[in-house]
Design a protein around this ligand. Sequence first.
Ligand code: C5P
Length: 306
Amino acid sequence: MTVRVPAKVNLQLGVGPIRDDGYHDLVNVFHAVSLFDEVTAEPARELAVSVQAAPHSRVDVAGVPTGDGNLAAKAARLVAARLGVQPRVALRIRKAIPVAGGMAGGSADAAAALVACARLWDDREQPVLSRDDLMEIGADLGSDVPFAVLGGTAVGVGRGERLTPALTRGTFHWVFATADGGLSTPAVYGECDRLRLAAGETAAWPAVSAELMTALATGDAKGLGGALSNDLQPAALSLRPSLRRTIDAGRDLGAIGALVSGSGPTCAFLAEDAEDAADLADALHGAGVAEQIVRASGPVPGATVI
Ligand code: C5P
């Protein structure tokens, strides 16, 4: 059973005040893009997880835990418990999504494992676990996991796990600049809090950008480019100052929108159409500001059996 699962970019990441449970209340507009990991689930004597880079991708998988430490293993255990079976499965993960890159690669693999194991252990026409059930289980694994199951474009509130699909029109064309070495999500949220405290700012309650939603609904790439925002960007730039040069290079080379993806360090650039995206990718490659330049388009569906 093989499942393909997309990376995400946050079109708006509004970070509200820190909550008692240590999480931040968010307004998180997720957008799934055509950069995919694949997870294969096969019956095995016991639960095992192996990780490799996808063919032709240059993802550094050295830091990704195998075995029980991988979020995909936890996903398999949760599905098995819900179905009343033993988690006897070997999960083979092939990664094209950057590791610790701000594109929810780990969450994507967990989402793929949820879908793959549910299908492997329950092949009834009306499965016991619906997609909604899998999203609910995913929320216990991580804030970004339910969206990787759902895909498309969606507004997340709460920790980001309570999702409402957003109306979009057409396809948006992206160029991603990956960086050498990841950023820790908790560290970036922590830096965001520290910067706010140092500046004497109290975090405002975030609200969905009406400009962003209109641009999505009308397929207006320029409008979308102007409406992109990420409250974690100052924190990511503070922890990784070299990203400023990457963002500036993308803007100078014609991107109609540029921002750090999620907690970074991947930077996302929006182009007006596929041709402009190809030109921008070439120019960014030539500028030498990133480890790797990857093109992708969105929205695309969430975790899908192939
Ligand atoms: O939910 P997930 O495990 O992916 O979150 C990773 C970390 O990111 C959390 O431990 C927390 O530090 C931070 N986070 C947050 N507020 C959110 C989501 C994540 O502070 N809404």
